[in-house]
Design a protein around this ligand. Structure first.
Ligand code: NAD
Ligand code: ZN
Length: 352
């Protein structure tokens, strides 16, 4: 069965709502999404080597003229250079203002292709076809696009909402176990953002519900001034671990795995601060270590003091740290968390 989630966006008086389609075999509906945009004559498919079903026929794009643009794999290719190369290829392919980009791939592809679409002719339509679990529940939803600079990740980009998103679960069959783990780490956070019992749902319902939760938060705060920060649940420690592990390849934490660790740490911190009880912490452990077969153990990529310093730098905190924490009113942003409490807890949890 196909699930359809509407992302309702109406800020500025303009209706930019669009649908996210989730299901097995839904890839051929990309053609219908493109037809719904208007007078699209040419479509540029942006993808990578090894991505399943990125052909015009598989995506149901028989009615339009299609060009294919293959970009490099990995964060090193998530650059202005790639965006510029794509835009120049769009010119060569004859794309005009009324035409569209279809991004088929993981978050790297949808971020870069989305940024190119946002820039080309000051913005042409883009349809996302995420092919990783992380792309489906996170990167392709919400309208953030971007590229890296040598100075840091995602430092440039634009808010550019897609005209539609098509999540074909068949793509997951060829995904590596590592990539699936990363997607599950990001999925785990959704278990705590609402009262839903995601564990009782099958994969399609679960992906659709994650999309719905992200879409609902994004719709209420499209430009990330407040509520959207809830989507960073588990990310404060995760970012610190990611930065710290750059120095130690053997312990390199992939983003979703780091988020999983960060979620359980945030729960333990919330318990330490008297915000939740031990049972609720156990629910986090059960989802991360049990349901998603991830690890919540904090790897020794840095000492407690260094991790606290990294977390403080992350948010430029002077009066304590900022965390997204569970509590009696659910998950919320908490400012002014005492750095000593965080450090002591980390010191207890880090392997000796
Ligand atoms: N825009 C946002 O809101 C947002 C949110 C989260 C993450 N991101 C970005 O997303 C990126 C990470 O995305 P990701 O985890 O999807 O990684 P990715 O796009 O780099 O893909 C991971 C690997 O899987 C391969 N792959 C993709 N789909 C496949 C499939 N179906 N079968 C086999 N191989 C496949 C890719 O070629 C790549 O080698 C980062 O750049 C991150 O900054 C953006
Ligand atoms: Zn994340």
């Amino acid at each position: 069965m196909t699930r359809r989630v509407t992302v309702a966006l109406a800020t500025g008086g303009v209706d930019r709502s669009y649908d996210v389609v989730v299901g097995h075999g839904v890839r051929s509906s990309v053609g219908e999404v493109v037809a719904g945009i208007g007078a699209v004559r040419r479509v540029a498919i942006v993808t990578q080597e090894g991505i399943p079903f990125s052909s015009a026929a598989a995506l149901g794009l028989d009615a339009v003229q299609v060009s294919r643009h293959v970009i490099g794999d990995g964060e090193d290719h998530k650059t202005f250079d790639t965006v510029a190369r794509l835009c120049r290829e769009f010119v060569a392919a004859g794309l005009t203002r009324g035409d569209a980009v279809v991004a088929v791939g993981g978050g790297m592809v949808t971020d870069v292709a989305g940024f190119a679409a946002a820039s080309y002719h000051r913005g042409i339509a883009v349809v996302h076809v995420p092919t990783t679990l992380l792309g489906m529940v996170d990167a392709a939803i919400g309208g953030k696009t971007g590229a890296n600079l040598p100075e840091g990740k995602n430092l440039v980009g634009a808010f550019w909402q897609p005209a539609g998103v098509v999540c074909d679960l068949d793509a997951l069959a060829t995904l590596s176990e590592r990539e699936l783990r990363c997607g599950r780490g990001e999925m785990a956070k959704y278990h705590f953002l609402t009262g839903d019992d995601l564990q009782s749902m099958d994969l399609a319902d679960r992906v659709a519900r994650c999309v719905e939760i992200k879409a609902e938060v994004v719709a209420s705060d499209e430009r990330e001034s407040g509520r959207r920060a809830l989507l960073n649940y588990g990310h404060t420690l995760a970012h610190a671990l990611e930065i710290a592990s750059d120095h130690s390849i053997a312990h390199g934490e992939a983003h979703g795995e780091a988020v999983a660790i960060g979620l359980v740490f945030a729960a333990r911190l919330a318990e330490r601060l008297g915000r939740i009880d031990a049972e609720r912490v156990q629910a986090h452990v059960q989802v991360v270590d049990g349901e998603y077969a991830l690890s919540s153990a904090i790897p020794h990529v840095a000492g407690a003091d260094e991790l606290v310093a990294l977390m403080a730098r992350d948010k430029k905190a002077v009066d304590g740290l900022t965390f997204v924490l569970d509590g009696p009113q659910g998950v919320e942003v908490v400012v002014g968390v005492d750095g000593t409490v965080v450090r002591d807890l980390l010191a207890e949890l880090l392997p000796a």
